[in-house]
Design a protein around this ligand. Structure first.
Ligand code: ATP
Length: 256
């Protein structure tokens, strides 16, 4: 992969692009540099040796088998306006993959699933911007191929997209970047609300009994009923409908 080829496919010049052979975590790299950025910056790593998930979890990938990148994007508003951003990014990625004939679904709050298994993860980390507003670093790991040893280390069934692995990687990256940039612009204007109906159409667990876990402990049980326009998960419990804010909680399907 190379930055110039991605830029050529993108056809727009307002995002800086860099490609590195290997780094620990593209999110960590961009967070360390966010204070000095003037424009959005995409950093692609051919290999990430210390990819991150939420709450200190790790994201594993093998060289050449995944697309791993982060995009630093400035938002003028306060941090609280970014609560729905991981979900909006999920919609952007899902639509971009759907356009490439890879249909996917979304799992609240931040995963892209294929046939029920995780195909891509989204990790957003933020930092106050020196001139006001917030830098959001949007990290995405997309499995193209899933080598057996990586799947074993992850320890659960995961998805891949061999069809996309055959595509020109620079073109694939540009396609995802264009979709992301358009959605981030829309999110900056209207927040999560314009994404809500699309998220619900892509919801993998609609009507499914689920548990909400915090560090393995069950916080809530109920039937998943989609999200509201504040990106909260609606859960129909024995005590009525509740709305759950994405923190570090995880969702799991339960036996009906
Ligand atoms: P969960 O998926 O358990 O609800 P989560 O969505 O918060 O949690 P993340 O923190 O986003 O998960 O991602 C980290 C988790 O994803 C890891 O704990 C591991 O289970 C899984 N994982 C790690 N690498 C991959 C990968 N390449 N593909 C799919 N899943 C992965």
């Amino acid at each position: 992969m190379d930055a110039e080829a991605i830029a050529r496919h993108l056809g727009a010049a307002d995002i800086d692009i860099e490609v590195v052979a290997e780094t620990g975590s593209t999110n960590a790299d961009l967070l360390a540099r966010a204070a000095g950025l003037r424009r959005p910056l995409l950093r692609v790593a051919l290999h990430q040796s210390a990819g991150r998930g939420r709450a200190g979890r790790s994201w594993l990938s093998a060289p050449g088998a995944a697309l791993t990148f982060s995009l630093a994007w400035h938002f003028a508003g306060p941090l609280r306006e970014l609560a729905g951003l991981p979900l909006a990014v999920g919609v952007a990625i899902a639509d971009a993959l759907g356009a490439l004939d890879v249909p996917v679904q979304l799992k609240w709050p931040n995963d892209v699933l294929r046939d029920g298994a995780k195909l891509a993860g989204v990790l957003i980390e933020t930092q106050a911007a020196p001139g006001g507003g917030v830098w959001a670093v949007i990290g995405i790991g997309l499995n193209l191929l899933m080598p057996d040893d990586i799947e074993q280390r992850i320890g659960r069934s995961v998805a891949a997209a061999p069809w996309l692995a055959q595509m020109d990687r620079n073109a694939l990256m540009a396609h995802l970047l264009a979709a992301l940039a358009a959605s981030l612009g829309q999110f900056a204007q209207g927040g999560f609300a314009p994404f809500c109906a699309r998220w619900n159409r892509l919801h993998a667990y609609q009507g499914v009994p689920v548990a909400i876990l915090d560090n393995g402990a069950t916080l809530h049980e109920g039937v998943a009923a989609g999200v509201d326009d504040g990106a909260r998960l609606l859960l129909d419990t024995a005590a009525g409908r509740i709305a759950i804010v994405a923190g570090d909680v995880s969702l799991r399907a339960r036996e009906a």
